[in-house]
Design a protein around this ligand. Structure first.
Ligand SMILES: C[S@@+](CC[C@H](N)C(=O)[O-])C[C@H]1O[C@@H](n2cnc3c(N)ncnc32)[C@H](O)[C@@H]1O
Length: 390
């Protein structure tokens, strides 16, 4: 009898204020997250800025250093190494699943990349398979994908677009609407020209409003702010390449070339040279430098060698400065990795601004995040503590 009354009333309330009811349910418990190819967990870092509580249910990550970092900072319930060895039966329900597989096979910087034709290039399908195996009611509301721009670029002959089409088709069949876009971190507040292919899949039956991509915003801070940063107490590290005579000579050539080129550019624009970050781990032909406001893209290999050289400081970036160029306030995390391991991991990382701004829109679309509760810190320029507070 009571059931006959309660159930219709619940259905009516649900229909009248669908979004509102879901928001209340969602903030009643922690958001449950699963991260495939988790790295240092940029997705969890981003979500911690969007919702009050995040519970990391499972992660898959090959690198033992990253696994330690994830355990120390996010306490995942289940950690698997190689995703291919994971027992899917042991994983539990999540609201959000992230899938950010290794990108070497779609990267234009890797001349040997073979796209989805090799085992590594097909890893994205592991996450899709996990979703397909779950009962429809137990599928995540949001799936977030990230990879290098080669995955979506029309000119790429590595088969990335074919794979995207296949993934999209499989997820549509599971009840998702799927969106893909090429995005640049420097158009969304982070001072680094880091272009990424971003994908979002939203469970259709949970949609409470349309999904829209976040609008571009101006930089939340400039990389030239590093010129005012206090001299770090951390010792910047040097790469083995710099310790040999030939290595030192090459580095000198690279720095002089960047100084010459940037001075020429500044003379033409009548501005004063103040900040100069130089890539010193490349050949002279492919050298990059930046006088601000955005830094060139720091890849995993560049990060591992110690990050860009700050010509105005006469040293490499410190670990804190490199993290800062990725939008990470390293003081909020326990990082027991060596500087080189950390550099490699953040060089691999998903840009925090893109992850956060895209996930905010996705969570609002599926009713987990209330638009009134969302503060876009990238648009408002309130991302990191001031250097002076160090
Ligand atoms: C592009 S990075 C992801 C970075 C991550 N999104 C972050 O924010 O730090 C890809 C990660 O996948 C990991 N990986 C590569 N092959 C894997 C596999 N078979 N199983 C699990 N993780 C793997 C790598 O160690 C690397 O950390």
């Amino acid at each position: 009898m009571i059931q006959n009354i309660i159930i219709p009333i619940t259905i009516i309330i649900h229909k009248i204020c669908k979004a509102h009811v879901w928001t209340i349910i969602a903030i009643d418990r922690p958001l449950r997250l699963g991260m495939d190819f988790a790295g240092v967990g940029m997705v969890a870092m981003a979500l911690r800025h969007l919702v009050t509580r995040v519970e990391v249910r499972f992660v898959s990550e090959l690198s033992s250093h990253c696994q330690t970092f994830l355990r120390e900072n996010f306490q995942p319930r289940q950690v698997s190494g190689d995703i291919l060895d994971r027992n899917d039966e042991e994983t539990s329900f999540v609201d959000v699943l992230s899938c950010t597989p290794p990108c070497q096979d779609f990267s234009s910087e890797n001349s040997e990349g073979v796209g989805p034709h090799c085992k590594r290039g097909r890893l994205m399908f592991q996450s899709v398979r996990w979703v397909r195996r779950r009962r429809p009611r137990c599928r995540p509301r949001v799936i977030f994908f990230e990879n290098v721009k080669g995955l979506l670029s029309k000119s790429s002959r590595r088969g990335g677009r074919k794979m995207v089409k296949r993934v999209t088709k499989l997820l549509r069949a599971c009840g998702y609407e799927v969106h893909w876009k090429l995005m640049s971190a420097s158009h969304h507040g982070l001072p680094q020209t880091r272009q990424r292919a971003i994908g979002v899949a939203l469970l259709r039956e949970k949609l409470v409003r349309n999904f829209t991509w976040p609008a571009p915003c101006s930089l939340a801070y400039s990389v030239t702010d590093l010129q005012d940063a206090p001299q770090s107490s951390e010792r910047p590290w040097t790469s083995p390449k710099m310790s040999t005579a030939a290595g030192k000579a090459r580095v000198r050539i690279l720095i002089r070339k960047a100084l010459r080129e940037s001075a020429g550019k500044q003379r033409r624009s009548h501005s004063k040279p103040a900040f100069l970050a130089v890539d010193i781990d490349c050949s002279v032909r492919f050298q990059r430098w930046s006088a601000g406001p955005s830094l060139f893209c720091v890849t995993a290999s560049r990060g591992r060698s110690g990050g860009p050289y700050l010509a105005h400081r006469g040293r490499r970036m410190s670990r804190r400065e490199l993290s800062w160029c990725m939008g990470i306030d390293i003081d909020s995390y326990r990082a027991s990795m060596s500087p080189n391991q950390w550099g490699h991991a953040v060089g691999n990382g998903t840009p925090l601004c893109l992850t956060e701004r895209v996930l905010a829109q996705a969570l609002m679309a599926v009713g987990i995040l209330s638009p009134n509760a969302y503060f876009d810190r990238w648009e408002e320029g309130e991302v990191l503590p001031q250097w002076g507070l160090e």
